[in-house]
Write a new protein. Structure first.
Length: 100
């Protein structure tokens, strides 16, 4: 004789503990007036155009002392660590832009 049983379900708690980064971010700037800006383009379609318009807008509103521009070879690759270190040294802030 076959007896029907109720199905059993296993409940799983999907919550996790917060992930704490192993580094601290740079301190916030007091303002954007006449700062040295770094720009990293991810090489996706329209990224360059977007970043050009964004830096033009920042320049109109706050002024830009200088712009250091870097285009990654592809969106799937990280920026060269040497470029990141150079921008950290030479720029007050960096904008990373994506396209599409």
């Amino acid at each position: 004789m076959v007896t029907a049983t109720k199905p059993r379900y296993t409940l799983i708690d999907p919550t996790t503990l917060p992930i704490v980064p192993e580094f601290e971010g740079a301190p916030r700037l007091d303002d954007l007036k006449n700062k040295r800006v770094g720009v990293i383009d991810d090489s996706k379609v329209n990224a360059k155009e977007y970043l050009e318009q964004l830096t033009d807008l920042i320049d109109q509103r706050f002024g830009i002392a200088s712009i250091k521009y870097h285009a990654k070879p592809s969106a799937s690759k990280p920026a060269d660590p040497a470029v990141v270190a150079e921008m950290a040294e030479e720029c007050d802030y960096v904008i990373v832009g994506i396209g599409d």
